[in-house]
Design a protein around this ligand. Sequence first.
Ligand SMILES: *Cc1c(COP(=O)(O)O)cnc(C)c1O
Ligand code: SF4
Length: 381
Amino acid sequence: MPGTTADPPFRPQVPAELWDDWRWHMRKRITTIARARQWLRLSADEEKAIAGSAGRYRWSITPYYASLMDPDDPSCPVRMQAVPAPAELEEFPGAEVDPVGDMTYRRTNRVVHKYPDRVILLVTEACPVYCRHCTRKFHTTDVDGTYFRDDEGGSFDEDLRYIAAHPEIRDVLLTGGDPLSYPDGRLEEIVAGLRAIPSVEIIRIGTRFPVLLPQRITEDLCAMLARHHPVWLNTHFNHPKEITADAARAVDRLLRHGIPVGNQTVLLRGVNDDVATMRTLMTELLRVRVRPYYLYHCDNVTGVSHFMTSVEKGWEIMEGLQGHITGFGVPQYVLTTEIGKIPVTRPYFTRTPDGLLLRNHHGQELAVGGPGHPITESDAR
Ligand SMILES: *Cc1c(COP(=O)(O)O)cnc(C)c1O
Ligand code: SF4
């Protein structure tokens, strides 16, 4: 049990019945330097960044997530995702609060309708941990950057009416913030409201609770979601250290209730920007039966830019995955823009005058096609 036996004097001893209760972790979230010092030897830079980001970015860490961190190493990949760094307060060229333009696609207080057949529903701005690299940093972690015109506990009626009035919407993705921050009862009202709309075929939950606080994935929650199938869930593992026994148990519980679990990783400088880490992450995800879905290039969001890598780094990682690990362990590498998510993996073929030149994961080349071959000429017939 992480955190219960780890080396004193740093880590509080926590009885198992509390450690296993997600509400205890939510109540005991770390939000002060003094509390953080119970778990970590904070560096001077970290303390400076925590103090400097006060009043600007929200900051909170569940004891569970803190227990995964190296108490002595500020460059621990788990720690870097949750403990502020001085670079968050620097200005980077081109950084914006909403570089992907989601807010221009907002049709109601909570509905973002950017793609023809699917929408995101912004449930809440609350998260168990405020990830330093959050792509919606302005909305979830900026203390003034609220999504919601009304207070966020407000009615979902207008949003559900919009979805019902647009029968082309087949797929609704609950996000935020983290929708599982809501208690089960409130969440069920929303999910049942969506399920009552005949044109809504699938409901998706985007949540980082399996990573930040897997205890939230209770039997009751899973049974509730399973009453409204088909429900899919995507989570957000960024590093193999996050795939713990607790996380694996949460995933198993979701799967046993028929909820497929996918993963969206963000490519983050210093956290997971090397082939070996990503290979381990993807293969460990498969081992716990999570399907890698997207690898996001990190967006140039204000306060997040220091996590960005080049696209060439992303290519190097994708080429270190493709062909080297099981095909369904390879996520799609995408860059999110105001015109949508764009696949940016370097192609594995080039057109030649009468065919294709293919390249494999060892760099070997193979020409296919030739005069009259259907791969080049079938359209002409
Ligand atoms: C990513 C995203 C979706 C879902 O897209 P998929 O590619 O189907 O996962 C929907 N709406 C918005 C605004 C998005 O950014
Ligand atoms: S849980 Fe998701 S929405 Fe919340 S801060 Fe982390 S990345 Fe952002």
